[in-house]
Design a protein around this ligand. Sequence first.
Ligand code: MN
Length: 716
Amino acid sequence: MLRITDILDKTQSYLSAPEQELIEKAYIFSASVHQGQVRLSGEPYLTHPVEVAGILADMKLDAATIVTGLLHDTVEDTVATLPQIKEAFGKEIEFLVEGLSKISRITFGSRVEHQAENFRKMILAMSADIRIILVRLADRVHNMRTLEFQPPDRQKFIAEETLELYAPLANRLGINWMKVELEDLAFRYLNPDAYADLVNRLAKKEEEREQYTKEVKGIIQKEIDKFGLKGEVEGRAKHLYSIYMKMEEQHIDLNEVYDLIAFRIILDADKESECYEALSVVHALWKPVPGRFKDYIAMPKANSYRALHTTVIGPYGERVEIQIRNRTMHEWAEAGIAAHWRYKEGRAYISGEDDQIKKLRDLLEVQQELKNPREFMSNLKMALFADEVYVFTPRGDVKAFPKGATPIDFAYSIHTDVGNQCIGAKVNRNIVPLKYELQNGETVEVITQAGHHPSKDWLKYAVTSRAISKIRNWVKTEERKKSVALGKDLLEKEFKKHNLKLSQILKSDEIKKMYTEYSVGSLDDLMAMVGYGKVSAKRIVNQFVPEEEAGTAEIPLVAEEKKRKAPSSVGISITDIEDIMVRFARCCNPIPGDEIVGYISRGRGVTVHTVNCPNVEGMDAERIVDVQWNIKEKQTYPVHMRVVCRDKKGLLAEVSTVISSMDINISHAEVETRPADMQAILSFEVNVSDLQQFNQVLAAIKKLKSVISVERVKTA
Ligand code: MN
């Protein structure tokens, strides 16, 4: 059983006296709160945090990490609280312990294999500090080492989670020994028969293998010595799980697995060039197998692993796998990210290491200046994944999104229809607006309504390209539909002026000629052009009208006839407050009941003005279209009004009461007093549903005794 003194021994070489005292203090704290708790093995619970701290100490991690190892289960499993930990050990350790508590609450369902990657990323993203993951991994190593005390179903679950989640995490962080140990332990519990069989068969030939290993090692060692390269040769059996996987994947027997033993040349000098020299020595000795050479020095693996790998035909015509690396590379290959702590403050990085750290830093996209390893590590966020956010579906699937994603992105990731019809979402069962930014670990449920459709505004909240393109698509289709309809209306109206019928014109060959002239492919295209305002209806219609008539189209008689003949069905119905093709002019703020006209702005649809808006006068007559109200849904529209009154106390309240009593909302009110003539001017912005309602409120205000006048105000 590991004791606290063992941990202090392990850390003595690299931690200061105060840091060691902090570790002792954490031990005492942990011992007191875990007092009386027992593990399934029958041992006191305290053995577990001590073992975890021991693993972290062997990895030569910093004091805060080892302290966190001792405290990692205190908040979740004992009466200890985060504030207590902050009080006793400071903010940094509180932060680490809190991070661990959060992660331990994520459970890995393992329902779908491809989800494992998302879970791994989620854990990385949720750990603002890499040390949180290192403690979690050490925790898992010890739990796996003592897995025999768990009931069988727990054994399976934990082993599966280890294989899917934690071993790959260790691998991603480059901690090879941990990956190997976790995989072999998981294998033992997940497939006990295959495990036992493999162990037995390997044991039978162990002596033979040892003999062979010794021989090959000797030959290589002699060669590199001969060429003056300093270093040693290692040879050891690959780990069980990797042998098993090879047999499974390639459908081969153990006898056919040629690379049971991996040979390694570890060179003393911190020079890459010597690795290549050693490679040429090996290739001169034994013939290399083509296509088996891999240069991870020139092109390191994603987890920063560096080495040369080659396979050669060995002394008995068998294949031999050889890895070549120097001491620095070797240390990195085994310790991975944890190797950072081995470079103590004050020791300058030599070029090789510097390069190594740079690569890792690039990998993790850490922007900050690298001052010392401790600071670097404590601030090291997994930026690679920090710009992603991971959320759950109600069924427990994990989905990954770019940071800033909203329920809209989530909805479109499920299905286009779900996106198009989404009206809201529940996050952790609470209703949120569509613009809500999703956070790591949340469960998201989309609320849809049949017949609902997207809005152009959604483009402001969507961040995934899928959602954006689907919304754009919808907007484009809708714009096109509306401009075709608008164009058709405009053409009909224009043809009517000349007593021509659009339907007849459409059957003529003349209209086909237009397609070429305006380079469009169909009638709809042509109508859309008119609707968009790219070409005027008049220009098209004039081509069907005899020349003399075309010139006289505007004479009073025709105009009068037009007035008589143009029924109210001509023009556009204004049905909604605003949509893709229709917007209300800000200068006159038309409300239902107002007499209105539409103005086609190029490519932007129709702007609706009141007939008497001063801005309408200067407009291009060709682009003015008839529009009329056709309100189905009740909407309110802002209107400004000015009330002039005799100044007296409580005036604003009096007028406001009248407005509110009619169930009209006041969105803005202002009072200006003019002491000179004892008058007050009240300005209001009210929201009314139509002109009738507005006129009613005007009349009601007029009745007030102190009111001199009341009028509607156009803002521009
Ligand atoms: Mn634990």
